[in-house]
Design a protein. Structure first.
Length: 398
């Protein structure tokens, strides 16, 4: 079995017979079903890619995907059974790409762990930048992954976002897949690769003596394994070791997911509390403004009343000044008016109402003591005939 690569052609597989295909029984659907091509990702591969993406301070990384392309009853199925780190990747024009050393490493790892499988795509881990398709990634994919069934998997391990991109019917443009499936089955190849390329930091010994003892024990185990299995063979991990490694990766991911969820919940709780406090403050400010508005209206009314009172007072003061200025004249006029009634009273005399049977002579006798006043009464009342008076007539007695 020999892995081949031509710099001007597509890199995609092995010259070997594939293993018999058995459809997985335990499957978890992610997103919607895409009938153009159903993509199945083994759980260890999915878990390892997120762990790999978060390693080394969440830097940008690439990886290769291996598996099988199968067609059943006219339906295309892509089984992704393994993932290989993109070591020695280089940055070209601002994009992380596979270098010649990366291709050689991927080939050696496929020959070592994933014999009989095919290179079905690649992975771009871009922490904190979402799962969007970059034009440079699409150009790189078209250059080296030209088979219509080869895919690109973009992963954001920080925000926990991922998307598969597949070719359209004309195989000239990458489109976002509607969804994929995560399946669970025994995957010794990926378990073995995960053990040998763990991205989880090992626990350090509590003291130097224990650390030295562990290093010596590991050295002895390596020498025994090398002497027993030969220079080209290595010790295969036991099923318990494989399970422990997978469980450790899942445990770390679950713990970090819970921590992120707790931090998110705490942030939402804090935002809710702050929002409630701001609402209460706004209500208090609104009530205070409303009260102050009423007070301002009352103050404006009072000021208007004071202004009116001041205007009236000013007018009264002005009248007092005018009266004070004309006081002597008014006093003289008052004295004249006081004297005038006396003269008028003397001039005008008294009013007498004529009663039945009275004559001017009797009236003159009443007021003057004799009949000599008849002529005065006639002159004062404009009478021509002394006998022409009637009952109830008012006569001025001079």
């Amino acid at each position: 079995m020999r892995y081949y690569f031509d710099g001007d052609s597509n890199l995609y597989g092995y010259h070997s017979d594939e293993k018999p295909f058995t459809f997985p029984t335990k499957v978890k659907q992610m997103g919607a079903v895409d009938h153009r091509r159903k993509i199945y990702v083994e759980d260890y591969v999915y878990t390892y890619l997120y762990q790999y993406g978060k390693s080394h301070s969440c830097t940008e990384k690439v990886a290769a995907l291996v598996g099988r392309q199968i067609e059943i009853d006219g339906e295309e199925i892509l089984m992704i059974c393994g993932a290989i780190q993109g070591k020695d990747a280089t940055e070209e024009n601002g994009t992380l790409t596979f270098s010649a050393a990366t291709w050689e490493y991927v080939g050696s790892q496929m020959d070592k762990y994933f014999q009989g499988m095919t290179l079905v795509g690649w992975v771009h881990c871009q922490p904190g930048f979402g799962a969007f398709l970059m034009s440079k990634d699409e150009a790189f994919h078209k250059l080296y992954f030209q088979e219509p069934w080869q895919v690109l998997f973009v992963v954001d391990p920080v925000d926990k976002l991922d998307t598969f991109y597949i070719y359209n019917e004309e195989a000239d443009v990458l489109q976002q897949a509607k969804g994929y499936f995560v399946y669970y089955e025994k995957n010794e190849e990926m378990q073995e690769y995960m053990l040998d390329h763990s991205v989880v930091k090992p626990k350090e010994a509590k003291n130097p003596e224990e650390k030295q003892e562990n290093e010596e024990q590991e050295k002895v185990e390596k020498e025994e394994t090398k002497s027993q299995e030969g220079p080209r063979r290595r010790r295969r991990p036991t099923p318990e070791e494989r399970i422990d490694a997978a469980q450790e990766i899942r445990r770390v991911l679950q713990r970090r997911a819970k921590e992120a969820e707790a931090a998110q919940r705490s942030k939402y709780t804090m935002l809710t509390s702050v929002s409630c406090i701001l609402c209460v403050i706004c209500l208090c400010l609104g009530y205070g403004l409303f009260s102050n508005l009423n007070r301002l209206e009352e103050l404006e009314t009072k000021m208007t009343m004071v202004q009116d009172s001041y205007t009236v007072l000013a007018e009264n003061v002005e009248d007092v000044k005018v009266q004070a200025a004309f006081a002597p004249r008014m006093t003289a006029a008052a004295e004249e008016e006081t004297e005038e009634p006396e003269e008028t009273q003397k001039t005008e005399g008294r009013i007498h109402v004529v009663e039945a049977g009275e004559t001017l002579g009797s009236i003159s006798q009443k007021y003057y003591g004799d009949g000599n006043g008849v002529e005065k009464i006639m002159n004062a009342n404009g009478l021509d005939n002394p006998n022409h008076i009637v009952c109830g007539q008012e006569l001025l007695i001079p």
